[in-house]
Design a protein around this ligand. Structure first.
Ligand code: NAG
Ligand code: NAG
Ligand code: NAG
Ligand code: NAG
Ligand code: NAG
Length: 368
């Protein structure tokens, strides 16, 4: 083996090298391009309009309104943050009926309550269920865990934007000490540790952060038959502005405040993550892309890959539990292992995508 290796000519070496480079370019090229092109250009906040919003956001104090605002919630969780310094507040948008999923999240990634001495809190944001039995179960559940907030609107897809506004109002009113706010969905896995590590790295410059998987030039759904239909009357431009996928995104406290302030001026008849994107643009905040967020994609489990990324969709409760257990056992990942893990994750993601397309084309049944 060694002998044949040594006998390779220069052009053969070049060929091998070329293939290695090509392999990496194909695998990670898209990520690099995305991170580069979706990078916000340098931005100046000198525009008078933006300056005014910044000033208002800084002064915004709903503290005195606490009691009044509480009345518009079914469960307002006033003591969840209770004046303490919170480094990262995770808000999981959850359907009221999905008690099992909440339990799974509490037992897995939601169980992280501190990282490097800083407080981390995970709560669930719900709308109203249709059934009263479920409502009383939720009240019970919230008494046990104190990690639920519930608005007084029906929990439906079309009311997601109301939930988003509720979340921001709640943060400003009941958790103004939270430095960063993560918004995510019940079907997601979030690696709180790697995310907190990244956020700690920003600490000296922790303002104006609006980050996640950025969706570029997406089009409003113009099909009147579709449940996601957006009429021209509610959004008239061709493309949505760049926005962070709502599957998992992080905002700093000042961004939540600014977005909340301008939210009154923006139509709520668009998907909730687009809504935040439109508000952010109005407030002079630009999105920052990170390919460590998966968006709505599922990333095939690999230990060192999962220790590196920020989020992935995992629908299955058992898969989430076993991934979590496995991640937290064993030794740390070396740079080489992390690298190998990322390559493996990437390759599987491409293969899964191909499978998905094939399945789509053949229209074969749900069986895999
Ligand atoms: C709370 O609501 C009541 C009645 O609607 C109103 O009289 C009161 O001024 C409000 N309090 C604050 C702090 O806004
Ligand atoms: C959750 O965290 C607590 C303390 O941090 C620990 O005792 C408990 O075993 C954890 N639960 C799970 C399911 O990991
Ligand atoms: C709520 O909890 C109480 C006591 O813990 C229990 O008796 C009751 O049945 C529970 N209600 C529901 C709807 O689960
Ligand atoms: C949103 O919530 C309101 C208030 O509960 C309800 O009247 C409305 O039907 C809900 N919207 C949808 C689309 O479900
Ligand atoms: C609960 O959430 C999980 C993850 O999104 C989903 O797979 C499951 O179908 C949900 N169950 C209910 C009852 O909504």
């Amino acid at each position: 083996m060694q002998v044949t290796f040594c006998r390779l000519r220069t052009h053969q070496w070049c060929f091998i090298l070329f293939n290695i480079v090509l392999f990496h370019a194909l695998l990670f090229g898209a990520d690099f391009m995305e991170e580069y092109f979706l990078q916000s250009p340098p931005f100046s906040y000198t525009d008078a309009k933006f300056m005014e919003i910044r000033e208002q956001a800084r002064k915004l104090d709903l503290h005195l309104m606490k009691d009044n605002i509480s009345k518009s919630y079914l469960i307002s969780g006033p003591d969840v943050c209770s004046e303490r310094e919170v480094f990262l507040l995770s808000v999981v948008f959850c359907s009221p009926e999905n008690k099992t999923r909440r339990r799974t999240i509490r037992d897995t990634w939601g169980n992280v309550t501190a990282y490097k001495g800083r407080a981390v809190i995970t709560i669930f944001a719900l709308g109203m269920p249709v059934s009263e039995t479920i409502q009383s179960e939720i009240v019970n559940e919230s008494q046990i865990y104190s990690d639920i907030i519930e608005g007084s609107f029906l929990d439906t897809y079309h009311n997601e934007t109301l939930k988003m506004i509720m979340m921001m109002e709640w943060v400003v009113t009941f958790c103004p000490t939270a430095r960063f706010v993560l918004k995510t969905e019940q079907n997601m896995f979030v690696n709180i540790k790697s995310l907190a590590d990244y956020l700690l790295g920003l600490e000296t410059n922790s303002e104006d952060l609006y980050t996640g998987r950025v969706i570029h030039q997406s089009l409003p759904d113009k099909d009147p038959q579709s449940p996601n239909f957006v009429p021209v009357s509610s959004y008239s431009e061709t493309y949505y502005p760049d926005y962070c996928s709502g599957a998992a995104m992080v905002m700093s406290q000042d961004v939540v405040r600014k977005v909340y302030l301008v939210s009154e001026l923006v139509t709520t008849l668009v998907p909730s993550d687009v809504f935040v994107g439109i508000c952010a643009l109005r407030a002079g905040i630009l999105s920052t892309h990170s390919s460590r967020f998966s968006g709505t994609r599922h990333i095939r489990y690999n230990r060192c890959c999962y220790k590196f990324i920020f989020s992935s969709s995992i629908e299955d409760d058992r898969e989430l539990s076993s991934a979590w257990r496995d991640m937290n056992e064993g030794e740390d990942c070396t740079v080489m292992k992390t690298y190998y893990g990322l390559v493996s994750c990437k390759v599987w993601t491409y293969i899964d995508k191909l499978n998905y397309f094939n399945k789509d084309i053949k229209d074969s049944a749900l069986s895999f």
